[in-house]
Design a protein around this ligand. Structure first.
Ligand code: DMJ
Length: 642
């Protein structure tokens, strides 16, 4: 018989019983019954071996307990019994006595038993509770987790020197007529806000006729209270402090950016981050700064493209980005990726984190290196290849605020960022050469460069440029301040004409200078007015720089027309045809109506010391941000950078 040491532990490894080949000389001598008995003994032996194997103690289990469970790690300093001392704990195994081992196992078993019994008791208790009680408990747990997360997110940000905040409050205008006009604008703001609060609270915008919430694809499917955030600073400067606090309270309790929603990076930046930052600077309430920083973190994944030019849209939850389907072969848009600078520089300033600043400076450096056809920036840029898309150039939609932000980057840095100023000067020289023309009737207009020729059409959006030229006049190259102020005045005049030549005295979305037509819309789908601010914005800048009373008069005409034709009992609505005496409503109260249109009107009838332009720079959504003294392309205003 083989010795136990040679026995296989598994039947598979037993050599096949080959009586014929291994033992040939015995074959003849063994009878059938003897063979049978031998077989019987062998199989009994194999069975015994199997049994012995299964009854052996499972050493692997002991090993696991010894190394893995703290329960059997006993504080010990005496290694004399052969155990290893690991930081004051004795690991069992080598040389440990049997008795102690069994005690340990017993103790463990008892513990497991006790744990099971406890869990069983708890489950029984749970079952005794009603559904509602269980639900309430789950909710309490959820709230606890949410609170913890909130605490984590609400870490105070590093302190930075507060910029010079001048002109947050101002005296009432002494002129009674002006005071009354200003009060009327304030009343319009109240009407817009109260109806939004009543019918659209928490939604992005309001449908003033249907009296319910409204949203568009720029906000994805989110309900992020765009109107609340966009309106905050207007409420503040109008002295509507109760309304401001309502908004603050909603933001504090409800504004959550961890939503599975695909939003426009540009729109969220100018309306939300711009709005929150302005509210923070005006009111000093930390919650706005924290929310702005949280939201900015959600936008950062949009910059993960091969070139660092951000996607137009990003999913706030997953961070996945993409571009608009309609934009020239998957391109990003100049006015979108080029309108992040002001807000992102402020974010870096306030947080001491250069990440935001680096993102926008990277965009600037990339644009600086690129060839520009005729010195013009095309509206489309492919974020994968870094090449321009279609060669369309516009100072209106798709291009507009890129130019605005070059100028404002310089102003915002207390005129230290001369690189931005140079880019602005170069750009507007090319624009003047190639896009600005005078009509036969003597109206100065800004056309669009499309497919190798100038389209003689100007958008309502382009009208902001009058204010931009005036704002950039001081500090212009070759001291052409007078020239640019004049250009601003001419654009303001043209845009006023586009209002004055309509039935409602409200401007169309786009107007032509072609075939005998001057400053009027031709196509039906260009005749609408959606409560846009650009013309009134230009009036306000021109008023601040010239104090020519015609700008207040033009602003008042526009305010009256809005109140007459856009006001409904549930708020304010856009109109579909400014040439019709009974126009249909579009049933949308845009958030920029509260952020911009009413703010610029209010400022037009306020004293100049309310948000003076030497100390404040308005982002493209009219959110005022203070001037920061920043050395050229550095953040030296923040000690974190010194
Ligand atoms: C606003 O959201 C901003 O002014 C943006 O720059 C373009 N225009 C809309 C309002 O018309």
């Amino acid at each position: 018989m083989a010795t136990p040491a040679l026995l296989p532990l598994s039947g598979r490894r037993l050599p096949p019983l080959n009586l014929g080949t291994s033992f040939p000389h015995h074959r003849a001598t063994l009878r059938l019954s003897e063979k049978f008995i031998l077989l019987l003994i062998l199989s009994a032996f194999i069975t015994l071996c199997f049994g012995a194997f299964f009854f052996l103690p499972d050493s692997s289990k002991h090993k696991r307990f010894d190394l893995g469970l703290e329960d059997v790690l006993i504080p010990h300093v005496d290694t004399s019994k052969g155990g290893k001392n690991l930081g004051g704990y004795l690991i069992h195994g080598q040389g440990h006595d049997e008795h102690r081992h069994r005690e340990e196992e017993e103790r463990l078993r008892n513990k497991i038993r006790a744990d099971h019994e406890k869990a069983l008791e708890e489950a029984k208790e749970k079952l005794k509770k009603s559904r509602d009680e269980i639900r309430a408990e789950i909710q309490t747990e959820k709230n606890k987790v949410a609170q913890e997360m909130k605490k984590k997110d609400s870490k105070p940000l590093p302190p930075v020197p507060v910029p010079n905040l001048i002109g947050i409050n101002s005296e009432d205008p002494t002129d009674k007529d002006i005071r009354e006009k200003r009060d009327k604008i304030k009343e319009m703001m109240k009407h817009a806000w109260e109806n939004y609060r009543q019918y659209g609270w928490g939604h992005n915008e309001l449908k003033p006729i249907a009296r319910k919430g409204h949203s568009t694809n720029i906000f994805g499917n989110s309900q992020m209270g765009a109107t609340i955030v966009d309106a905050l600073d207007t409420l503040y400067i109008m002295g509507l402090h109760d309304e401001f606090r309502e908004g603050q309270d909603w933001i504090d309790k409800n504004l959550d950016f961890s939503v599975n929603s695909e939003v426009s990076v540009f729109e969220v930046n100018i309306r939300f981050i711009g709005g929150l930052l302005a509210a923070y600077y005006l009111s000093g309430q930390e919650v706005f700064k924290l929310k702005a920083v949280q939201l900015a973190g959600k936008l950062l994944p949009a910059f993960n493209t091969p070139t660092g030019i951000p996607w137009a849209m990003v999913n706030l939850k997953s961070g996945v980005g993409r571009n608009w389907g309609w934009a020239s072969a998957g391109s990003s848009i100049l006015a979108e990726f080029g309108t992040l600078h002001m807000e992102f520089v402020h974010l870096s300033y306030l947080t001491g984190d250069p990440v935001y600043y680096n993102k926008v400076m990277h965009i600037r450096k990339l644009l600086q290196k690129m060839d520009r056809p005729n010195g013009l920036y095309p509206n489309y840029l492919n974020p994968r290849t870094g090449r321009w898309g279609q060669h369309h150039t516009s100072v209106g939609g798709l291009g507009d605020s890129f130019y605005e932000y070059l100028l404002k980057a310089w102003l915002m840095s207390d005129k230290m960022d001369t690189e931005a100023r140079k880019m602005y000067d170069d750009a507007i020289e090319a624009i003047e050469r190639h896009l600005i023309r005078k009509s036969n009737g003597g109206l100065t207009y800004i056309g669009e460069w499309k497919n190798g020729h100038l389209e003689r059409k100007m958008g309502h959006l382009t009208c902001f440029a009058g204010g931009m030229f005036a704002l950039g006049a001081d500090g212009s190259r070759d001291d052409k301040a007078g020239h640019y102020l004049q250009l601003g005045a001419e654009i303001a005049h043209t845009c006023h004409e586009s209002y004055d030549r309509t039935t409602l005295k409200l401007g169309p979305e786009a107007f032509k200078f072609d075939g005998g037509l001057e400053a009027v819309a031709v196509r039906q789908n260009e005749k609408y007015y959606i409560l846009r601010p650009e013309v009134i914005e230009t009036y306000w800048y021109m008023w601040r720089f010239t104090h020519d009373p015609k700008y207040r008069q033009w602003g008042w005409e526009a305010a009256q027309a809005i109140d007459k034709y856009c006001r409904v009992s549930g708020g304010f609505s856009g109109v579909k045809d400014v040439y019709s005496s009974s126009p249909a409503y579009d049933d949308v109260q845009q958030s920029f109506f509260l952020a911009e249109t009413l703010k610029y009107l209010y400022l037009l009838f306020s004293n100049d010391d309310l948000l003076p332009l030497d100390n404040w720079v308005f982002n493209t959504e009219a959110h005022p941000l203070p001037v920061l003294h920043l050395a050229n392309t550095t953040l030296s205003g923040n000690p974190a950078y010194r």
